[in-house]
Write a protein that binds this ligand. Structure first.
Ligand code: SF4
Length: 176
């Protein structure tokens, strides 16, 4: 196991969560869960981070912020979607300004569902993420790591057209 996998540094970003999932992320740092004893450090600098932990869904404003933070992180790196909002858009999915889960803006390696996501699920996702990080590190060392491309960003207008298309086809099926 590499030094990175033994002591991964994490950057946490609140995309547009209700703060429920963020409180659970903070709970991981409290003495009860105390992830620092496993060498997991919470950093504020994307250039120092190995794991990008995101809560909340994507909208037109924060999509480019997510992409900027992701782009500043050095390879190898892993993205974890924390909570159902980050995974799919969750309860905000149908809001006019919500484009969906964070995979609408950046590539996601691990999905940790839950509303709010439990600290145990966050720690479990980090452990799974460490396996992915190690695989990427080996690929990077052998020169075979393919840089993940950023998804082209969806706009609210795109989403509206897509929603209308889905509704129109559902209506056509109902009418027969
Ligand atoms: S998954 Fe639930 S707790 Fe987490 S940000 Fe969304 S609504 Fe809030």
């Amino acid at each position: 196991m590499s030094a990175t996998a033994k002591s991964p540094w994490i950057i946490h970003y609140d995309a547009s969560s209700c703060n429920g999932c963020d409180i659970e992320v903070l709970a991981c740092l409290t003495p009860l869960y105390d992830v620092e004893r496993f060498g997991i450090i919470n950093t504020g600098n994307p250039k120092h981070a190995d794991i990008f932990l995101v809560t909340g869904s994507v909208n037109e404003r924060n999509g480019s912020v997510l992409q900027q933070i992701y782009s500043q992180m050095p390879e190898p790196k892993v993205v974890i979607a924390c909570g159902v909002c980050a995974c799919t858009g969750g309860i905000f999915r149908e809001c006019y300004n919500t484009l969906g889960g964070i995979d609408k803006a950046i590539p996601v390696d691990v999905y940790a569902p839950g509303c709010a996501v439990r600290p145990e699920a966050i720690i479990d996702a980090v452990v799974v993420g460490l396996g992915v990080l190690e695989q990427k590190r080996v690929s990077l060392a052998s020169g075979t790591l393919e840089e993940a491309s950023l998804p082209s960003r969806l706009t609210a207008a795109d989403k509206m057209v897509a929603d209308q298309t889905v509704r129109a086809s559902a209506l056509a099926e109902t009418i027969g």
